[in-house]
Design a protein around this ligand. Structure first.
Ligand SMILES: *[C@@H]1O[C@H](CO)[C@@H](O)[C@H](O)[C@H]1NC(C)=O
Length: 158
């Protein structure tokens, strides 16, 4: 089964540059440590039409040390704003599970789910997320998903 999978520092992407991409499914990324990186656990897709998908991805036991975006789904990737005609990713993201993700962030938003407007993420699960930003509360930014278990900070999920 052809797959376009690139694992870089716990990330999956960039998906959806081509329309006829196959999907990515059943990937487990576990026991990762990120130190001073821009991104931690990231799924990135181009903001353009595609028939691809990413589902059944499990991220577990990750330690973040001063990471800017510890948990991020970015479905609006469009470098230099070129070649992304409608800015909406056709990649369907579903059944993503994040478990036991701990450590420190260098930005306020530690969980950022920026999903496709035309193809919203579904089945995003967060469990045992303990991420801090300085001495204050961290935040999450989610436009879809379902939270379960202990989540710190509490997610705003719709
Ligand atoms: C992915 O996992 C699901 C559930 O276990 C299974 O039904 C499906 O066949 C798996 N897909 C692949 C490509 O192995």
């Amino acid at each position: 089964m052809p797959m376009h999978v690139v694992l870089v520092s716990g990330g999956i992407g960039s998906l959806g540059k081509e329309y006829d991409e196959k999907g990515v499914e059943n990937v487990t990324v576990k026991s990762t440590v990120f130190t001073g990186t821009e991104n931690g656990l990231r799924i990135k897709t181009w903001g353009r039409p595609s028939g691809g998908f990413a589902k059944g991805v499990v991220f577990e036991h990750a330690l973040m040390q001063n990471v800017r975006n510890p948990i991020i789904i970015d479905q609006n990737y469009c470098p230099e704003e070129r070649g992304c005609p409608d800015q909406n990713s056709g990649i369907k993201i579903s059944q993503m599970t994040y478990g036991d993700i701990q450590g420190s962030s260098t930005s306020l938003v530690v969980v950022n789910f920026d999903c496709s407007a035309i193809n919203p993420c579904s089945g995003l699960g967060l469990q045992d997320i303990k991420l801090t930003y300085g001495n204050g509360p961290a935040e999450s930014s989610c436009d879809d998903g379902t939270a379960f278990g202990l989540v710190e900070p509490p997610s705003r999920l719709v």
